[in-house]
Design a protein around this ligand. Structure first.
Ligand SMILES: Cc1cc2nc3c(=O)[nH]c(=O)nc-3n(C[C@H](O)[C@H](O)[C@H](O)COP(=O)(O)O)c2cc1C
Length: 350
């Protein structure tokens, strides 16, 4: 058990549930929904250090957060120490998050092509310089943590070396997404390796990969008692209730999935929270993919998907909710959980 004065949510065996950062899915509005459903710790979608420093204000909007979202981490990625340190300092001064998280795991070619994300698993000296630079820049004010994978591929597992580097550079916690870069998002994550690393680590280790249920949390805690927390990724996409369901099951209750009315209320709330940040002549259209994910498993979700394409404004979305509820509210029993989301990948485009 770790005593973490700078990361109190990890202290005294609390075992927090993190919402994984997922670019394109865990925007500020979705993060609020996850928090309301019981996510303990939130992390921003990753943002490039130089984009923050030299880009337009758009990038600052993607990492903004409300007080209700604390404890909140801002995740940075980049390829060189100076700009990572400068960005970390700027984020601390402007936003004062609870921690700065360094991304050493993104497998997208756009990221690895610029020697950032998981490409740093092939350049551990640079990974060390980046971590030290960020810790030196802000570590006396805000803890610096990291999120990484096991290695580039199964022939090059470097998680032990990465742990040593992070610990000696002053990182305060580590999320291990227990796949290699070559695996991207396929296959079951290797929790056993996370457990082995947690056994020897002096900083808290948070498990990530393939966690979708209370049974998974129980299995991880029972088999690997040194793991300090869990991070949930794709199981939360379009389904913020994963957190309340897991927590209810861990308390020994039978979780009640949300009924149709609750799902629509949440969807409309998502739109209300997200719309003020959207631009363009029909901002509601920018919410299309999130609305599709939030309606997965509802009756006639395919038809809804087409109707979302034609939405003009929030009032029309509310009208669609009323019509759909009137037609289907009696069918509560047929409400399904969204399908498996393990096919969703991080196709980083911007
Ligand atoms: C669409 C998508 C976007 C992602 N974006 C990020 C990101 O911005 N930063 C990051 O550290 N990981 C990112 N990830 C990885 C997730 O945080 C998580 O490590 C991964 O999905 C494994 O967890 P899971 O098996 O529970 O989905 C992303 C994953 C997906 C599917």
């Amino acid at each position: 058990m770790h005593n973490c004065p700078s990361l109190p949510w990890l202290a005294n065996g609390r075992f927090p549930l993190y919402l994984a950062p997922m670019a394109g899915f865990t925007d500020a509005a979705f993060r609020t929904l996850a928090k309301e459903q019981g996510a303990d710790v939130l992390v921003s979608e990753f943002v490039h250090a130089k984009a923050l420093l030299f880009g337009d204000g758009h990038y600052w909007k993607t990492i903004a957060f409300d007080e209700i979202q604390r404890p909140f981490g801002v995740q940075l990625f980049g390829d060189e120490p100076a700009s990572m340190a400068q960005a970390a300092r700027a984020v601390c001064e402007r936003l004062n998050p609870d921690f700065i998280d360094l991304n050493f795991g993104c497998p997208s070619p756009r990221v690895t092509g610029s020697c950032a994300g998981s490409a740093l698993l092939k350049d551990l000296p640079q990974l060390e310089k980046i971590t030290s630079a960020a810790v030196n820049a802000v570590g006396d004010k805000i803890p610096v943590t990291a999120k990484t994978r096991l290695g580039w591929d199964s022939e090059h597992i470097v998680i032990d070396e990465v742990l040593d580097i992070l610990q000696s550079s002053g990182a305060r916690a580590l999320v291990i997404h227990a796949r290699t870069k070559a695996q991207r998002y396929r296959g079951h994550a290797d929790w056993e390796t996370i457990g082995r690393i947690a056994d020897k680590a002096t900083i808290p280790i948070i498990a990530n990969g393939s966690i979708t249920s209370a049974a998974d949390i129980q299995a991880i805690r029972a088999r690997y008692p040194k793991i300090a927390g869990a991070m949930i990724g794709r199981a939360a996409i379009g389904y913020p209730w994963i957190f309340s369901e897991i927590k209810a099951a861990l308390r020994g209750e039978v979780p009640q999935p949300p009924d149709l009315q609750t799902r629509w209320n949440t969807l409309v709330r998502y739109a209300e929270l997200a719309l003020p940040r959207m631009h363009g002549p029909k901002p509601i259209r920018a919410l299309h993919s999130a609305l599709v994910k939030l309606t997965a498993g509802m009756p006639n979700s395919r038809t809804l998907r087409l109707k979302f394409n034609r939405l003009e404004n929030l009032e029309q979305l509310k009208q669609l909710a009323r019509e759909h509820l009137a037609a289907h509210q009696q069918e509560g029993d047929s409400l399904e959980k969204p399908d498996d989301r393990s096919h969703i990948e991080n196709n980083f485009k911007n």
